[in-house]
Design a binder for this molecule. Structure first.
Ligand code: NAP
Ligand code: 3JN
Length: 340
């Protein structure tokens, strides 16, 4: 409906992801009649700017969702478990950024460029899950390659920005960097070790099998989104002292042989993907260039000579945008265009 306006709630509105969601709704001119920002008692009563107006932050509760059409959640998994079903019961469609529901069979896990047909499954429980940021940027690149040549195996190593751990981690990297340069003492708080001038092979908690939860999320979510249990995915996830944009070294093995030029051609036409690949001119994706952009950038595309049908790539995207806020807003846009 051309002129229809929607009531949109944002749970976690004051956080790194929630504030970017609100910015993204404004930038993309989402047709909003009412914006309902929600957070904890810490932020209740504060105001945020939306379309030039001050909007007051409300307390997230089970009663927050009357009249809401779409509820974007990014207040952590425990809040999603506690409040998302109430939002759905009140008639809202929830787009949840946490891992709380991602692997449940009747909850769609969606990247609009990859599996938009799953959005209709919101009808099951009124909830759509947004994948993990590291998964999203990888699958937008893998999907067209998988369609062309069937991916058998993926080996990925990530280099993840601290913004993936929220606003407190952005502050921690800032303060620690100053402290190190000024030879001052500090106590790490968000991470178990110094993050400034360091790399930590540890994102989320460790499991019995030696992997971190972030690594297992990448494996399981990739298989669910690509709808192919035959793909083998192994990940090593690493936190690095960068503020915005996750970078990934991705090695794939395909059933059908692809040349570098095949891959460039396939990715050149892929939605949401920009090929930046001219190493002789020092052109390749960079975290600093991807920050603040919507697209996923791919470069260093080259043959993996260690196997018969292998391709190596370097994939970079803004983890707070496409990795979280933008993907959620794209799902909401699709919902209102096709379903609401
Ligand atoms: P953040 O910067 O720490 O912000 C957390 C937000 O949640 C704040 O708005 C906070 O409100 C709110 N909140 C916390 N506890 C609450 C409570 N008890 N009741 C209501 N609101 C509460 O964190 P973030 O980086 O934005 O991440 C938030 C969540 O989004 C994560 O926990 C994760 O589940 C998800 N996330 C997903 C991805 C992804 O890969 N797709 C990436 C990053 C994050 P106050 O201002 O009141 O404290
Ligand atoms: O660390 C990153 O770069 C991404 C972090 C994502 C995250 C952070 C806290 C809780 C998640 C997520 O999206 O998987 C969660 C969660 O499990 O909900």
């Amino acid at each position: 409906m051309a002129d229809k306006k929607y009531c949109v709630a944002v749970a976690g509105a004051t956080g790194a992801v929630g504030s970017e969601m609100i910015k993204t709704l404004e930038m993309r001119k989402f047709p909003i009649g009412e914006l309902r920002p929600l957070a904890s008692v810490r932020s209740k009563g504060k105001t945020i700017k939306f379309n030039g107006e001050d909007v007051t932050v409300g307390l997230l509760s089970k009663d927050s969702f009357s009249g809401v059409d779409v509820a974007l959640f990014s207040a952590g998994g425990d809040r999603s478990i506690e409040f998302a079903p109430s939002a759905a019961d009140a008639g809202a469609v929830v787009v949840d950024n946490s891992s709380a529901f991602r692997m449940e069979d009747d909850i769609p896990l969606v990247v609009p460029e990859v599996n938009p047909h799953r959005i209709a499954d919101y009808k099951n429980r009124g909830i759509i899950a947004n994948p993990n940021c590291s998964t999203i940027q990888m699958v937008v690149v893998l999907k067209p390659i998988h369609d062309a040549a069937k991916i058998k195996r993926v080996v990925v190593s990530t280099y993840q920005a601290v913004s993936g751990s929220g606003l407190v981690a952005i502050d921690e990297l800032t303060e620690q960097s100053r402290a190190v340069l000024d030879s001052k003492d500090f106590i790490p708080s968000v991470y178990p070790h110094q993050i400034a001038f360091n790399s930590l092979p540890h994102i989320d908690s460790f499991l019995e099998n030696g992997y971190t939860k972030e690594e297992i999320k990448m494996t399981n979510e990739t298989i669910k989104i690509l709808e192919d249990e035959s793909i083998a995915v192994t990940a090593t996830t690493v936190r690095i002292p960068v503020f915005y944009s996750h970078s990934e070294s991705v090695n794939i093995e395909t059933e059908k042989k692809l040349t570098v030029s095949d891959v460039r051609k396939i990715l050149g036409g892929a939605p949401g993907v920009v090929v930046q690949d001219d190493p002789q001119k020092n052109i390749y994706p960079l975290a600093t260039n991807a920050a603040g952009k919507d697209e996923t950038f791919v470069g260093r595309i080259r043959e993996d000579f260690s196997i018969a049908n292998g391709i190596n790539m370097w994939i970079v995207s803004d983890n707070i945008r496409k990795g979280a806020a933008l993907n959620a807003v794209q799902i909401a846009e699709y919902l209102i265009e096709k379903h609401l």
